[in-house]
Design a protein around this ligand. Structure first.
Ligand SMILES: C[S@@+](CC[C@H](N)C(=O)[O-])C[C@H]1O[C@@H](n2cnc3c(N)ncnc32)[C@H](O)[C@@H]1O
Length: 274
């Protein structure tokens, strides 16, 4: 998408609000038309990968603050609330925020959740700093200019010893090369593009931030892009495969050439470079 092309955040909000009313919660925030087991496996991989990165509650003397950018239905916000964080959840879709609030209320954690209805690149966070920032499944839905502005905004609100976790799709992945790439926002507000690790690496070095790859998901990606479309693989077999995929993926080296070729996603940790 050329840098000059207009991005309409309000339209994006309308798109995502409509989507979450139309399909089941995981299809609304993960893959739209994937089998349920595939989205469940992805959800499990991402939540397990994040939880292993968070400091244990014993190591946290007081409640700490977390910012969840593009929170959606609150998958990660809820995890952070359950870990004792005060969470600020930001989303451009009012319907997504309502789902996030509902989940927090059901878990009796509503008082630790603040919701802001805004675009992630311009949300007003005054002079607050956060110990943890999560940005999962958002960057690929922002055109490059808005994507960079969102990351720059997040860096400015990351505490000096804070850690930001970002999940990006992998532009080198053999399954994603041709899919998932629109050249402009559609009329109904949808946009998706390939992000990739090297783009994030360049951005981080420009802003004096340190980047580490903490997880990748080759086995999940094979299940998603090879098995789930294959009529010869029955649901039972697919379910058995995806049930083990998150644990296997989290044991593999996230930076191996195998992971680079096959993983559709990378989880990265970003810190200030001091
Ligand atoms: C693919 S979903 C991911 C949701 C959540 N992070 C998760 O992983 O479950 C993308 C989310 O980003 C939100 N979003 C899209 N554009 C946004 C923007 N410009 N600012 C803030 N949120 C946005 C959508 O409303 C949607 O909830």
């Amino acid at each position: 998408m050329p840098k000059s092309v207009q991005y309409d955040a309000e339209k994006a909000g309308i798109y995502w609000s409509r989507r979450v009313k139309e399909v089941d919660p995981l299809s609304a925030v993960l893959t739209y038309n994937a089998p349920k087991e595939i989205n469940k496996a992805y959800d499990l991989w991402e939540r397990k990968a994040l939880i292993t990165q968070l400091p244990s509650s014993q190591n946290r003397k007081k409640a700490r603050s977390a910012l969840d950018l593009g929170c959606g239905i609150g998958r990660l916000s809820l995890l952070l609330l359950q870990q004792g964080y005060n969470v600020t959840a930001v989303d451009v879709s009012q319907e997504m925020l309502s789902r996030c609030i509902r989940r927090a209320s059901r878990a009796k954690l509503r008082e630790s959740l603040e919701c802001l209805s805004a675009s992630a690149n311009t949300v007003n966070l005054s002079n607050r700093k956060f110990d943890i920032i999560t940005c999962f499944g958002l960057l690929e839905h922002l055109p490059p200019r808005v994507r960079s502005a969102t990351m720059k905004h997040a860096f400015a609100h990351l505490a000096s010893k804070g850690r930001m976790f970002v999940v990006v799709n992998n532009s080198a992945c053999i399954w994603l090369n041709k899919r998932y790439h629109l050249t402009r926002q559609t009329k109904d507000g949808y946009y998706v593009g390939l992000v990739g690790v090297s783009w994030l690496q360049r951005l981080c070095s420009k802003h004096n931030m340190k980047l580490n790859i903490v997880a990748s998901n080759p086995l999940y990606s094979i299940a998603h892009y090879c098995l789930s479309d294959n009529a010869q693989v029955d649901t039972k077999t697919l379910k058995r495969f995806v049930r083990v995929s998150s644990d296997v993926d989290l044991q593999l080296s996230p930076e191996s050439p195998f992971a680079e070729l096959t993983s559709a996603h990378y989880m990265m940790e970003i810190r200030h470079n001091r």
